[in-house]
Design a protein. Structure first.
Length: 213
């Protein structure tokens, strides 16, 4: 009698960010070279026996590279780890936001957290401002979330999710453009703000404090 293994559930994975040095230097596989696929692209895996993905996820877990990974409505998004410039901006934001947040009765937490209600659908902002009482592994909302743009990431595509979770304001830093975007939620959509409605600070004043990497 022949016993067949039950197929694994189908998995969709989106690979974000530039290729590693070894990937850039290695010859492209014949199928990729012939088809002209770019290296940075969303990849849908329908093969139920793609066990290499399990090994990849385990390597990322062991090395800590999966701490920014997100799940969008059941789809795993593998996000590249931040670089040193990203860390520098995070530290500067921690200093700049702490005082105004305290004065407004908010709690500043510059560090990744899980915004969402379960492992099936969540985002991982780079930091945020929270109202007293926030806690736990899963946070349904935040007063403000911080996003520092990395090459190839999906910062702007997260806005509908943030709006659905009633995040009042979104602060976005773009190191490449050296720009600060401060958005406020109005009637279910985010619009640019000249000054935060939560704390005594705005995009122009904050930009003047940033030493861009």
């Amino acid at each position: 009698m022949v016993t067949r293994r039950s197929p694994k559930p189908q998995l969709e994975v989106r690979f974000l960010g530039p290729p590693s040095l070894s990937e850039r230097c290695a010859p492209a596989p014949r199928s990729i070279a012939a088809s002209g696929y770019p290296y940075v692209m969303a990849t849908v895996v329908l093969d139920p026996y793609a066990y290499e993905l399990d090994a990849l996820k385990e390597r990322r877990r062991v090395s800590g590279l999966d701490r920014l990974d997100e799940v969008w409505e059941g789809v795993l998004h593998m996000v590249p780890a931040p670089n040193y410039g990203h860390a520098r901006l995070t530290q500067q934001l921690a200093v700049a936001l702490d005082g105004p947040a305290r004065d407004a009765g908010l709690e500043a937490a510059m560090g990744e957290f899980n915004l969402g209600d379960s492992i099936d659908d969540f985002r991982v902002p780079d930091g945020g401002l929270h109202r007293p009482g926030a806690g736990g592994v899963w946070l349904h909302t935040a007063a403000l979330v911080v996003e520092i743009i990395s090459p190839g990431d999906e910062t702007w595509q997260k806005l509908p999710f943030f709006a659905a979770h009633e995040v009042d304001e979104v602060l976005i830093l773009d190191p490449e453009e050296r720009s600060v975007h401060w958005l406020g939620l109005t009637d279910g959509e985010y619009r640019p703000l000249e000054h935060s409605g939560l704390i005594d600070l705005g995009p122009h004043a904050l930009a003047e404090q940033i030493d861009w990497p």
